[in-house]
Ligand binder design. Sequence first.
Ligand code: DLL
Length: 435
Amino acid sequence: MYWQKEIETMDRSTLAGLQLQRLNESLRQAGRSAFYGGSLGAAASKGLSDLKEIARLPFTTKDDLRNAFPYGFLTVDLEEVIRLHSSSGTTGNPTVVFHTARDIDEWGNLIARCMYTTGVRKQDVFQNMMGYGLFTGGLGFHYGAEKLGVMTIPIGPGNSKRQIWFLKHLKATVVHILPSYALRLYSFFEEMEVDPRKDLHLRIAFIGAEPHSEEIRRKIEELYGIKVYNSYGLSEMCGPGVAFECERQAGLHLWEDHFYPEIIDPASGEVVPEGEQGELVLTTLTRQAMPLIRYRTRDLTRFLPGECPCGRTHRRIDRITGRSDDMLIINGVNIFPIQIEKTLMAIPEIGHNYLIEIHKENFMDKLSVKVEINEEVFHGTLAELEKLQGKAVTALRAELGVTPVVKLAEPSSLPVTEGKAQRVFDYRHREEGSR
Ligand code: DLL
């Protein structure tokens, strides 16, 4: 059940020794870039004598990556670089990440480790529905699956009818898909007269790349009759393959032989006590072309206590509850979009898609939640609809401490995107001071 048993089950003190050795190599390597050049001081030349000393080094942020565009973080000659990826972003310089052949190989190994952990084997048929190209979801998993020896269908996202046709006729057993797309794809099955629970051979889905609640995972499992595993990663580290759920589905093992994690208070920058929620900060331990030291991911999580019964010793993080920069402040109350999703998905009559809008009205913030309802309720009576609306408002008020306006929408009527779902629309900055 282990892809690299020795590493995955390594005792914690040996793992710490490996991390320190790799950290010092990474610091030396990072010191070769224009960005880190002088800023790491003696840490780059002499190394650290204890992992904890890393807390003395400065953080690296996404703005640093943007400002150093295009080559400020590169540590090797261009002739050593074989690939570039870039993370999504609509304004300013994109963040570009370079890979040497060894980086790509290590990344492939990490993905193979993740897939193998959940029981994927050579005999499986893998339909990769994540975007190929600059986004890391498609190519990242592609190389890992090939390393595992699994037949990979590089179909990418979209064209739902063709997806279903492939799933059915090629008897795909494993898919990699955005959670929002898994829910949307489901609505096409009825039209094609395919029952995903009976007519497919599917058994596993990997979902990630966007925040989603436990309720959404369970919903996808139920709709398709499969096991769904949470996969976390970011382009700056490599892409997917940073942290992954094992067969226990109880938190994501963060692969500590490749990444050194810290969890900090986003306001003070101090490391929080073990187990407390905060922002995940990652240092690459094996990346060649572009090592990053204390990179602030902005993703909020915590270390889960105790050992995992699966035998892997790498610590587990909790699912990402949001980003420190996507917290909404509604009339002074702090709210994370995931709280809204969790609450809505616990109501059985509610459908799969929702949108959050915030407006300014009479100098006050107004939170509106538009949510699709399921077919059955949609064809019900007005009284039933009003009852459902009241139920959603009450549940949201109890969770958020803010009373939202809830608007019920027809099934499949809210806009969808091909890439990561965009669900929050904050119009306040445009309406500042308006009446
Ligand atoms: O989304 C890499 C990836 C691809 C991960 C496919 C998993 C599967 P970026 O486009 O750079 O890379 O976006 C990274 O997406 O900082 C998180 O905010 C968010 N994210 C990624 N995975 C998860 C997850 C890829 N499982 C950003 N849960 C990260 C919640 C996630 N958020």
